[in-house]
Design a protein around this ligand. Sequence first.
Ligand code: NAD
Length: 399
Amino acid sequence: MLNGERKIVRPLRWAMVGGGRLSQVGYKHRTGALRDNTAFQLVAGAFDIDPERGKDFGVNIGVEESRCYSDYKTMFNEEKKREDGIEVVSIATPNGTHHEICKAALEAGLHVVCEKPLFFTTEEVIEIKQLAEEKEKIVGVTYGFSGNQMLLQMRAMIEKGDIGDIRMVELQYTHGFSATDEADKYSAAQKWRVDPKIAGPSFVLGDLSTHTYYMSQLIMPDLKISKLLCDRQSFIESRAPLEDNAYVLMHFENGAVGRMWTSSVNAGCMDGHRIRIVGSKASLEWWDSKPGELSYEIQGKPAQTLIRAMPYLDESCNADERLGALHVEGLSDSWANIYLKFAIAIDAKDRGDQETLDNLVYPDINAGLEGVRWIENCVRSADQGSVWVDFEYEQKTHL
Ligand code: NAD
């Protein structure tokens, strides 16, 4: 169980790029990173594309005015001159800016936490992975709900064989907030999401399904896709070629099959993030609306609901418990768990503690790479006319 006591010797000096006043995701980063007061301290930021608004915002959240910078390049240069300069930066800007900011941060000697989808191509990820290795830095990726401890329960039960051999993998991350084109006109956050120059080669496949894909890999680390077929649509035509809905059929190397449905036009849907794993003996199901519950259905027996914080759960699951039974946990706790693991990873990297790094389960740059690889394979299938394609693990990795 976590209680906020320090896991690393002192909090890391942390900054943000983006995540300013009008951003959707900025506060999630801060609730995650600052939750324990022993992992990160927010000391600087280039919070906004609008420098004045960024400065005003930074001061309002308690950052010293002189360390609220007009842009990330100035921040990296100025902070380098200080003895107490920043050690790690989070990038919470639109997708098309991630690669250049991440590269500049690593070159400035910083650890990085970056938003998903990490970059546009696997080539870019491999380039940054090599740079991070050279600079001996961590790059973490914020798959927000992946810090939910019930996913570790699923991982442990599947590893122990509680559901038998995996047969079907049902993944869904959908909502209905883009069911009309209204937000495409007035919302800055929606406008860039449907512009390929800023969003990259996909809309919902990158924006939503990369989360669920990573979570499925976290739950079943040995499961590998052999082929997939992706059918993507733009129900709001102005969004083409970017999809607002997609179905992906998957075949796995162990003979299992699966589906991913991702959509922003699932009208009326408020919380369609579900993972159901069907095995030869039983099934497990998690749903983001009830993140502290796991449905465990054994064939021929009454269905059970496993509840978080209970002693019958796996040790790995209860290790990430924060509030104890009887009290609700959710997305913010998940973000806090991920950020705590980023802090532990950064500290271990700085101390050259490879054993800790090898045993830590968290979304690292490889998780970012797999997310981009997933999008590339889906888009390749869809753009050939929604045909089955072999899942290419090594495509575009010729650097
Ligand atoms: P947004 O448009 O709401 O906010 C973007 C923020 O970045 C704004 O504050 C803007 O002023 C700032 N910004 C843009 N360019 C900048 C620059 N060059 N320097 C400094 N600041 C800059 O976008 P959002 O919805 O918050 O998404 C941002 C990123 O987070 C995207 O990559 C998105 O995919 C991701 N995201 C992740 C989650 C999650 O759960 N992990 C949730 C939402 C968004």
